[in-house]
Ligand binder design. Structure first.
Ligand SMILES: *[C@@H]1O[C@H](CO)[C@@H](O)[C@H](O)[C@H]1NC(C)=O
Ligand SMILES: *[C@@H]1O[C@H](CO)[C@@H](O)[C@H](O)[C@H]1NC(C)=O
Ligand SMILES: *[C@@H]1O[C@H](CO)[C@@H](O)[C@H](O)[C@H]1NC(C)=O
Length: 503
C-alpha cells in the first residue's frame, strides 16, 4: 500500500531530499484545546501515500478512546475524533504508514474564534490595570490561546501560519495577546467550569469585506472601491485555513474602518456571518454548529465632543438596523454595548479604549444567555417598545422592555426631530434634531420634553446618537438590576397624534 511513497522515500533519502510525511495542519500543537462533546473535534492534514489509512486516537485520564480511521485522498485527510467530555490533559496520536504524530497536554473544552480589527488586538499589557490583570490570568491555565499570524492572500489558503502556537497565560507572550479575547475566556471559565480554547485571527484597520468570502461579497450589491486591498484577502489567508476546526462560537470586534460606508455594513455583516456559519459547518464535517453563536462588540466612543459623526449610523448597522441582538437578520448573536466606555487619554488613541474588562464582561453575559442556555442571565440593556405622544404636543413618553425593566437614569441623552411640515417622517436634510431633556421617569417609562421643537412637528426621536455620547458609564439609561446600558436608538417616524408601538 505504501509502496509508491516508500519508493520515493528511498530515492529521496538517497539524494538527501524530501521524505514520506504525515503532517497535521499547523493549527494543532501541544497544549491545544479541542472542542468537547457533544461535538467531535476534527483533525486534518496531508500525507504522501495515496489511499493510506490514517488512525487517530485520544489517550489519558485512564481511558483510551476507540481509534478512528480515514483514508488519504488526493494527499489530504480529515477525521472526526470520538466525542470527548471536557477535561484533560490527554494525548492525541495520529498514525499512518508515513509517520506518527503525537500531541501532549491536550484539553477538551469550548473553542471560540476571536476576530476583527485593532480593538480585538488591544493587548493584555495595554488595558487598565494591566499588570494586575496579567497576574490574575495566571490562575486560569485552562484558558488557552493561539494566534494566527498576519497574512493575506488573493486565493483561499489551506495552511495556517501561526504567530503564537497553543499556549497558556503563563507564557511570556501572554502580555501581547488580545485582551478582549482572553478576558472573554477568563470570565466565561468559572461559569462553564471546563477548558476554553481561544483562536485569535484579527488584523488592525481592516474592512468587513476583507474577512468575507466571495460568496458573501456577492450577496451585497456593492464592491469595495479600494481595489484589490479589499475583498476576501483575510478570509482567504486567516479564516479559510481554519474552517475544518470544530468551534463552539465566535466573537467579533470590527466596524471602525467601515464607518465611512455605514450604509453597506448591515448587508455585509449579515452575509459574512451566514457564510462563516455555512462554511465552518460544512468543512468541519458538520461538527461546528450551522448556527454557531456569534458575539460582537459595538463600536466604542472615539474623540471627545458633541459630534454626531459616522459612528452612530455604523453602530446601528452593526445590529443589521434593529438596534439590538439577536434579531431576525442576526439570529443567535449577542452584542456588547460599549458606547459608554470612552477613554480619551488612551495611549494608543481614543479609538482604542482601555476598558476591555467591561467589554469582555458584557460579551460573557451574552454568551451565557445565547450560547450556554442560561436564559435567566440578563445580557441586554433596556430597549424602547413604545413611544406615546400622551396627547400633549410638548412631550413624549417612551416605554422600555414592555414595561418590564426598571430604569436607572444617569443623564440626558434624548433628541427629537422637528419638522415645519405636517408629516410623520424626519428628513435629516430638511429637519432639525434638538435636545429633548428627560422631564420625569417612572419604572420603565421615561418622559421627555419636546418643547425644543416649538411650533414645529415632532417627527423623530433618537437616543445617545453621538460618536462619544457620554462620560464613563454615564449614558442616560441603564437597567436598574443589570447595570447594562440601553443601546443607541433612532426612529425617523413619529406621529404626535398617535401612539407608536415599536419593537
Ligand atoms: C482597576 O483596579 C482598581 C483597584 O483594584 C479597581 O477599583 C478598578 O475597578 C479596576 N478597573 C478596572 C477597569 O477593572
Ligand atoms: C509572522 O509574519 C511576519 C510577517 O509576515 C513574519 O516576519 C514573522 O516571522 C511571522 N511570525 C511567525 C512566528 O511566523
Ligand atoms: C396634520 O395632519 C393630521 C392628519 O393628516 C390632521 O389631523 C391635523 O389636523 C394636521 N395638523 C395641522 C396642524 O395641520
Amino acid at each position: 500500500m505504501a509502496s509508491a511513497c516508500v519508493l520515493i522515500f528511498l530515492l529521496a533519502a538517497f539524494f538527501h531530499q524530501g521524505e514520506c510525511a504525515l503532517l497535521l495542519n499547523s493549527y494543532f500543537s501541544d497544549h491545544m484545546v479541542l472542542q468537547r462533546a457533544p461535538q467531535q473535534a476534527v483533525l486534518w492534514g496531508t500525507a504522501d501515500t495515496e489511499g493510506d489509512i490514517i488512525t487517530a486516537k485520544v489517550t489519558g485520564q485512564g481511558s483510551d478512546s476507540t481509534p478512528v480511521t480515514t483514508k488519504v485522498t488526493q494527499g489530504q485527510w480529515k477525521v472526526k475524533l470520538p466525542a470527548q467530555n471536557a477535561g484533560g490533559p490527554y494525548i492525541v496520536n495520529v498514525h499512518s504508514h508515513d509517520g506518527d504524530v503525537t500531541f501532549s497536554d491536550v484539553l477538551f473544552g469550548d473553542v471560540w474564534l476571536c476576530s476583527g480589527q485593532s480593538n480585538m488586538g488591544v493587548k493584555m499589557n495595554q488595558i487598565i490595570n494591566a499588570s494586575e490583570e496579567i497576574k490574575t490570568a495566571q490562575s486560569f491555565p485552562q484558558v488557552r490561546f493561539t494566534r494566527v499570524n498576519f497574512t493575506q492572500s488573493d486565493t483561499p489558503q489551506s495552511s495556517v501560519f501561526y504567530n503564537i502556537p497553543w499556549t497558556t497565560p503563563n507564557n511570556r507572550v501572554f502580555e501581547y495577546f488580545s485582551s478582549v479575547c482572553f478576558l472573554f475566556g477568563e470570565y466565561l471559565h468559572p461559569h462553564v467550569n471546563h477548558p476554553i480554547g481561544l483562536v485569535l485571527s484579527y488584523w488592525g484597520g481592516t474592512l468587513v469585506e476583507a474577512w468575507s468570502p466571495p460568496q458573501a461579497i456577492g450577496q451585497c450589491q456593492h464592491r469595495s472601491k479600494r481595489g484589490p486591498r479589499g475583498d476576501s484577502i483575510l478570509w482567504n489567508a486567516m479564516i479559510n485555513p481554519l474552517l475544518s476546526t470544530t468551534l463552539y462560537g465566535a466573537i467579533w470586534y470590527q466596524g471602525e474602518s467601515n464607518s465611512y460606508h455605514y450604509d453597506r455594513y448591515s448587508c455585509q455583516i449579515i452575509a459574512m456571518l451566514k457564510e462563516w456559519r455555512k462554511q465552518f459547518h460544512q468543512q468541519s464535517l458538520q461538527q461546528t454548529s450551522a448556527n454557531f453563536p456569534f458575539g460582537y462588540v459595538q463600536l466604542a466612543p472615539n474623540a471627545p465632543g458633541d459630534a454626531v459623526g459616522l459612528f452612530p449610523e455604523e453602530r446601528w448597522a452593526q445590529t443589521a438596523n434593529y438596534g439590538y441582538s439577536p434579531n431576525p437578520a442576526l439570529p443567535n448573536t449577542f452584542m456588547a454595548v460599549t458606547m459608554d466606555l470612552p477613554d480619551y487619554d488612551s495611549p494608543s488613541g481614543s479609538i482604542h479604549p482601555r476598558y476591555k474588562q467591561d467589554v469582555a464582561k458584557r460579551l460573557v453575559l451574552g454568551a451565557l444567555n445565547q450560547a450556554y442556555g442560561h436564559s435567566d442571565v440578563i445580557f441586554q440593556g433596556p430597549f424602547p417598545t413604545a413611544i406615546n405622544a400622551n396627547g400633549d404636543p410638548h412631550e413624549l413618553t417612551i416605554e422600555y422592555d414592555h414595561g418590564k425593566t426598571e430604569l436607572d437614569v444617569r443623564s440626558n441623552g434624548f433628541e427629537v426631530c422637528c419638522s415645519v411640515l405636517n408629516t410623520t417622517h424626519c428628513d435629516d436634510v430638511l429637519d432639525t434634531w434638538v435636545d429633548a431633556p428627560i422631564s420625569r421617569t417612572s419604572g420603565s417609562l421615561v418622559t421627555i420634553s419636546t418643547s425644543g421643537c416649538g411650533s414645529r412637528h415632532v417627527v423623530g426621536m433618537r437616543y445617545e446618537w453621538r460618536t462619544s455620547p457620554c462620560d464613563l458609564k454615564l449614558c442616560s439609561l441603564y437597567g436598574k438590576t443589570s447595570g447594562l446600558p440601553a443601546p443607541p436608538y433612532i426612529t425617523r417616524s413619529i406621529s404626535e397624534h398617535n401612539s407608536a408601538i415599536i419593537g
